[in-house]
Design a protein around this ligand. Structure first.
Ligand code: HEC
Ligand code: HEC
Ligand code: HEC
Ligand code: HEC
Ligand code: HEC
Length: 408
């Protein structure tokens, strides 16, 4: 009897919840588990196709929003699932993949399975169930149009009230940094694990001058152009959808000319400044100082993934192209991953900050020159080899170069 009473007591809240919702809990509902996790470990709610459209697919949006679709297709957001490094990491740590996909393929409709609980409270031992609303083609589109624009059966946009053949709703949040920070701000330690979440771009931006001046992520990463949303439509202020950040390609872009033009329209974060003529001192002593400035990024440089770096090299080059002297500084973070993740050093540049690098040498006989380069690096060769990444996965790109010669 006692036992039965207890069972009823326990069952009651569940029955009440189902009654409040107006029907029995559906298999489509997001498991209650996610509500117990930090927001960035939760997927975006599942979406239904807005009135006037046949699917949630970017390809369908692209039949009308041609220019935006083309830009998005070249962007890292469109490649966040295909990314070879992402896939290599998922394959190595399948237990934790449920967590990664909430940002890389964010809609519930893009997840093949959903987590109902963690075995022994271990993030690497999820207990999953199949997801009946899973759409594999939509998963492949990664951070797709619908991930950012479709909510509650409508396409959300910054205007509202446009004459669209689909349901629309105005969402002013699209022009706020918070919209981006849902995925770009996530700091979390996992005790006992060899991984951490350390995307701090939001706090870096808030601490710098751009947040105070009201310059948001979109102003730099979705620069405005005047054009129509659809062919023949009214000209409006439109944010470009290329999200150029590090100027590093991913490797599965389909229109390199377009990617190049998007990249060329955005400045790199770093600027190198120095005199282009250097004085040769007594006994041929030469000192060349280059200022490395975070001139254009609204946050630390580099930001985001802790493996990223900006590598600045100063070199004196002889007549035959041989290097006579060299000085190299790596701006980035240093982490130790075993036995537990620990940040050892943080040599990044805050917005506006600068560091001086000086190269000293004795001038050789004959002609010589000085060159300084800045290279954005995504991943070291050692780590790329560890993940067996293909050669076609770009690891670094030169973003700035200056030269100097002896003063005649
Ligand atoms: C659903 C999660 C999500 C949202 C929302 C999101 N991003 Fe991203 N973003 C990502 C992921 C994941 C990547 C990395 C993809 C990869 O490298 O495979 C990324 C990469 C980037 C990059 C790096 C580009 C590069 O070349 O290195 C920039 C810049 C960027 N996002 C800007 C933005 C801006 C601006 C917004 C807001 C308008 C935004 N993101 C909203 C998840 C998101
Ligand atoms: C059949 C053509 C067509 C398709 C398909 C289509 N759109 Fe549109 N969309 C339009 C037109 C037309 C407008 C209004 C243009 C204007 O007034 O400038 C519009 C407006 C918009 C707006 C602005 C809404 C506002 O009022 O702020 C957004 C955002 C948008 N569409 C996104 C999408 C997305 C995302 C998809 C795919 C899920 C999509 N559209 C599919 C034609 C289409
Ligand atoms: C990472 C999130 C994200 C993705 C993915 C995304 N958009 Fe947008 N979209 C935005 C934001 C943010 C704005 C507002 C930009 C602004 O006006 O400054 C916007 C604006 C728009 C607008 C209104 C014009 C404008 O720029 O204000 C249209 C139309 C649109 N998007 C269509 C699309 C289509 C079509 C796709 C897929 C091919 C897509 N978007 C993918 C975030 C996204
Ligand atoms: C003042 C302009 C500006 C603002 C504001 C800004 N960024 Fe950036 N961002 C840049 C520049 C410049 C780069 C570096 C490009 C390069 O060096 O190739 C960059 C790089 C990035 C990268 C790639 C990682 C890297 O280190 O290269 C990501 C991700 C990113 N930004 C996200 C964001 C997010 C999210 C916000 C909003 C909180 C934001 N950015 C605000 C200008 C800006
Ligand atoms: C909170 C959202 C979020 C989660 C969760 C997340 N990522 Fe990302 N991921 C991002 C963003 C944002 C970027 C781009 C940031 C940058 O490099 O500046 C990114 C970039 C990447 C990249 C490309 C790095 C580069 O330099 O181009 C890889 C690989 C990656 N993530 C793997 C993973 C793995 C593996 C997991 C799970 C352990 C994971 N991510 C979980 C948001 C997320």
């Amino acid at each position: 009897m006692k036992k039965l009473a207890l069972a009823v007591l326990v069952a009651l809240p569940c029955a009440a919840a189902a009654w409040l919702a107006g029907c029995a809990p559906s298999r489509d509902a997001l498991p209650a588990f996610y509500a117990s996790r930090p927001v960035f470990e939760q997927p975006f709610a599942g979406q239904r196709v807005p009135k006037g459209l046949k699917s949630l697919s970017a390809a369908e949006c692209g039949t009308c929003h041609v220019a935006i679709y083309r830009e998005w297709r070249q962007s890292v957001h469109a490649q966040a699932w295909a990314d070879p490094q992402f896939r290599a990491e998922l394959a190595k740590q399948p237990g934790v993949s449920w967590l990664c996909i909430n940002c890389h393929t964010p809609l519930v409709n893009q997840l093949d399975s959903l987590v109902v609980r963690l075995e022994g409270d271990d993030v690497e031992r999820p207990v999953k169930r199949a997801n009946p609303s899973y759409d594999a083609a939509l998963r492949d589109e990664a951070i797709t149009c619908a991930s950012c624009h479709v909510r509650d059966g409508a396409v959300e946009g910054p205007f509202g009230g446009t004459k669209a053949p689909h349901a629309t709703r105005r969402n002013p949040a699209l022009r706020s940094a918070e919209f981006c920070l849902r995925c770009h701000q996530a700091v979390q330690a996992y005790p006992g694990k060899t991984f951490v979440c350390t995307f701090d771009t939001g706090n870096e931006w808030k601490a710098g001058p751009f947040a105070a001046a009201g310059t948001v992520c979109q102003d730099c990463h979705m620069p405005p152009v005047e054009r129509a949303l659809v062919e023949g439509g009214p000209v409006r202020r439109v944010g470009m959808h290329g999200w150029i950040g590090s100027h590093l390609r991913k490797g599965s872009e389909t229109n390199l000319a377009l990617w190049d033009s998007l990249a060329a329209s955005r400045p790199p974060g770093v600027e190198l400044r120095a005199d282009s003529l250097v004085r040769v001192g007594a006994g041929g002593a030469v000192e060349w100082s280059v200022r490395v400035v975070n001139a254009n990024a609204g946050h630390m440089l580099p930001t985001g993934d802790p493996e990223r770096a900006v590598i600045v090299t100063l070199a004196a080059i002889g007549a035959g192209g041989d290097t006579l002297a060299r000085e190299q500084v790596r701006f980035g973070q240093k982490w130790e991953w075993w036995p537990a993740p620990k940040k050892l050093a943080d040599e990044r540049l805050a917005p506006g900050a600068e560091r001086m690098i000086t190269l000293c040498l004795r001038a050789p006989r004959g002609p010589w020159r000085l060159a300084a380069t800045a290279v954005n690096e995504r991943i070291s060769d050692a780590n790329a080899d560890f993940h067996r990444l293909p050669e076609s996965y770009p690891r670094r790109v030169e973003v700035a170069r200056i030269e100097a010669r002896p003063r005649p």
